[in-house]
Design a protein around this ligand. Sequence first.
Ligand code: DOR
Length: 398
Amino acid sequence: MSLEIKGGTIYREGAFVANEGLVIENGEGVIDVGNSFLLPGLCDVHVHFREPGQEYKETIETGSRAAARGGFTTVCTMPNLNPPPGDLDALRVSLACIERGRASGAAIQIVPYGTITRARDGRGELSDMEALAPYVCGFSDDGTGVQDRANMRAAMELAKSVGRLIVAHCEDDELVRSGRIRESEWRQIERDVKLADETGCGYHVCHISCRESVEVIREAKKSGVDVTCETAPHYLLLDTDTLERDINAAPAFGGRYKMNPPIKDRADRIALIEGALDGTVDMIATDHAPHSDAEKRTGFAKSLNGITGLECAFPALYTWLVQAGAMPLERLVEMMADAPRRRFGFADNGYSVWDFETPYRIDSATFCSKGKWTPFDGWPVYGRNRMTICDGRIVWKG
Ligand code: DOR
């Protein structure tokens, strides 16, 4: 059996061409997509689905639906969970949740991370990477930086020996305590690219947010280090120039702008866009990090760190980068589908079908995610996902 998709414009090997009829094995039926754009299934290597441990914020079921609605057919789930997947017993709990959640939610590809340190606290004993490796897309202590250089070196040696990436949330606690927030990010990247060079380990940096990080990674790439990085939609579309105005306009909604790392200055935003255009910044990941209403409606200062991303990332970026003339659509698709799949070794597994003609406003009340807090709430956008197809099955229909 097969599913035939007719009409529209399709993304093929980095370019858009008229769709002359797309046949998908395992599916069933014929669909005419009219003037829509057929994009590959998007891939987000950085999401928090909170299960096991904090199901009141999100579950695999709700998170997978949010992903499918956002056009994503592959996501990688971060390990700040309870129990953190630092050994096989703990990972099995995560894998069982994923299995169950995909069955009741959306049947997309969900691949977990294992932790770098056993307790995912950036310190002490390393995880059982050898046992975890067959089941995970890489190792990360996301939420926390690995504080000690010797520990990171040992982690890289171990990750390399089992053929997996180290995926680093870079944050030096000591520098944060002394208020040097930007340095806390880029100094750790600077340390790690040297270690990656010395150990030969594949190294990927999470959510870079400042211009120095772009510069350090640009130089490391020039000298041949096996390094890639992601940034997030909010670092590309927001900066402190507009942040204060937005928070002051509606202080009760300040939590919409609260995440770690924090949003930086206009010069950083521009450097990130330049990095995205010249290939220094490889991919865009949402850092989808849902929290409950009670945890976010406390105003900026008291809000927990983390915002919801999956259901608004592509429309926000399409409208405010591509339509605004700052990035070609081809590059955006490359950064949200091809580049993450290449780096993490995921095959293409589906399509998303986008209407770019009908304007609407992002409305978090309609989100499938339990998390309703995003800085893009209310933004006027183009780009409505009509359908997501994963492994021949329609996993979202708008
Ligand atoms: O804003 C954030 N939220 N940054 C992180 O590093 C962790 C994440 C979360 O888990 O909520």
